[in-house]
Ligand binder design. Structure first.
Ligand code: URA
Ligand code: URA
Length: 256
């Protein structure tokens, strides 16, 4: 993201318009049919919406590591993951799926485990659930490149079964290293397994939504997994509510 204090340039204005257009297009993801007055895409030459308010001085905003340090730490961790044989999933995987995105992301999404498409691609959330996650990210006015996306487990469980506790135990030190390197300002846990790992307790997804939790001082929001939303589209509006709370806390502009 451009530093907030840069003077606007024609390119930045065009980019802002493109982001807003994608943002509005993505709102259809939520089944939002009517958009409140003032939120429609600006006509050519119209004033751009006011810039986002500066993020609230988050008491918990962690001190960032230098970008090169983060990149180095992530690369070292990714190399270990690529060679990992700590659990049985190593024998059935095609590729490991480490994580992707901005090493300096403010926002990190944590899912469960790779599925078939991810196992083949070596990248998280590239299948149908990933396409929905992309729409969720776009509706927040962000791009996949601006955020960071990872899973609690880096190899595909056969038949996409839920990862076993032993597999989660073997694998999550890698996720912890990713989080400690990136130090995002906020983590969104996608679905119950990710939420329960990050919060260190077992609870229903429903009971974990709606409040901010914490992982090592970083606020954690819990929402439905995109694969669940594909099966239960009527709950997409609940995830949009969750993401609006996240946007508000990060000081991202909310659609009006
Ligand atoms: N589901 C997940 O939890 N993670 C992925 O990467 C893909 C699907
Ligand atoms: N239960 C889950 O485990 N995940 C969801 O996303 C919804 C219900």
């Amino acid at each position: 993201m451009a530093p907030a204090n840069d003077p606007p340039t024609a390119a930045a204005a065009a980019e802002a318009r493109a982001v807003l257009a994608a943002h509005l297009a993505a709102l259809s993801t939520w089944g939002i049919r009517r958009i409140a007055r003032g939120a429609s895409a600006p006509a050519t030459g119209a004033r751009l919406p006011a810039p986002a308010p500066a993020p609230a001085p988050a008491a918990s905003a962690p001190e960032r590591l230098p970008r090169e340090t983060i990149v180095e730490q992530l690369a070292a961790c990714a190399a270990e993951v690529a060679a990992c044989t700590l659990c049985g999933l190593a024998t059935t995987r095609t590729r490991t799926v480490f994580g992707t995105g901005n090493p300096q992301a403010r926002l990190m999404f944590v899912g469960e485990a790779p599925g078939r498409d991810e196992d083949l691609a070596g990248e998280p959330f590239v299948g149908r659930a990933g396409q929905l996650l992309d729409k969720i990210v776009a509706a927040m006015g962000l791009t996949r490149e601006e955020v960071y996306i990872a899973n609690i487990v880096k190899c595909r469980p056969p038949e996409n079964r839920e990862p076993a506790p032993g597999e989660v135990g073997c694998c999550t030190p890698y996720l912890k290293r990713q989080i400690r390197a990136i130090r995002p300002e906020m983590i969104v846990a996608l679905g119950r397994p990710a939420a329960c790992f990050l919060l260190g307790r077992s609870a229903s997804l429903r009971s974990l939504r709606g409040v901010f939790h914490e992982f090592e001082g970083i606020p954690v929001a819990v929402t439905y997994h995109p694969a669940y939303l594909l099966r239960t589209p009527e709950d997409k509006k609940l995830t949009w509510q969750d993401m609006q709370r996240v946007m508000e806390r990060l000081g991202l502009p909310l659609p009006r």
